[in-house]
Design a protein around this ligand. Structure first.
Ligand code: BG6
Ligand code: MG
Length: 219
């Protein structure tokens, strides 16, 4: 059976979550706003605009639209410096093996990311050809936890949402996958991602038997 496997990018395929954190932390501190790892957890999977809105809310700070735009640009420029140095060594452990196995099994493979930088990152790590479909921040209007990004991915794969499986490292992304009626697989901390159908620390824990089970199970 052909299923759709939809991968988030940041924190799932590559370890870019740390770069987003560094750039947001610098931005928050330039505004005199404290920014913790716990707050950062709430920004994972969330769009750039919504992330800045949340940081300003936490800091009880209001700024003009012009300043808002300037800060977003500045944050992204810093982030782009980090990602310009990326190469295939930053692909997270176990990811190539899972992607190769899915290809071997002729499954649908999609990217479902909130990032507008997704294509640049995939090119940097030479993974752009692994995906049949790429849905990213440039072609969605509603941020996770809205299911739009994954629903669009399923549609472009031409596979029904209930036959799709989502890999996510963020709470917002797991909620989006659940709302899309897909199987949600959390990659990371089980206490944070407890709403997921399955949780693994990383892709090295995902064995071929488990993937076979996902391919054959009817939801
Ligand atoms: C998500 C990240 O994948 O993309 C978020 O988890 C980030 O932290 C969002 O804010 C948007 O990314 P970008 O690259 O368009 O700023
Ligand atoms: Mg992510």
């Amino acid at each position: 059976m052909k299923k759709g496997f939809i991968f988030d990018l940041d924190g799932v395929i590559v370890d870019t979550a740390k770069y987003h954190f560094l750039a947001w932390q610098n931005l928050a501190s330039s505004l005199g706003i404290s920014f913790s790892e716990e707050q950062n957890e709430q920004l994972k999977g969330v769009s750039r605009v919504r992330s800045l809105e949340k940081i300003l809310e936490w800091g009880n700070t209001s700024i003009s639209q012009e300043e808002f735009n300037r800060l977003m640009t500045e944050k992204n420029e810093e982030y782009l410096v980090y990602i310009s140095k990326m190469d295939a060594t930053e692909i997270l452990q176990g990811v190539p093996e899972v992607l190769n196995y899915l290809k071997l099994k002729e499954q649908g493979i999609a990217l479902g990311s909130a990032s507008k930088n997704a294509r640049i990152i995939l090119e940097k790590v030479h993974l752009q050809n692994m995906f049949d479909v790429i849905v990213d921040g440039t072609n969605v209007s509603k941020a996770k936890p809205d299911p739009e990004v994954f629903v669009n991915g399923a549609q472009e794969l031409n596979i029904s949402p209930k036959d799709c499986i989502v890999f996510e490292d963020s709470v917002a992304g797991i909620q989006a996958a659940n709302a899309a009626d897909m199987i949600s697989i959390g990659i990371g901390d089980a206490t944070i991602l407890h709403e997921a159908d399955y949780i693994f620390n990383d892709f090295t824990e995902i064995k071929e038997e488990f993937i076979n089970q996902l391919i054959t199970t009817i939801k």
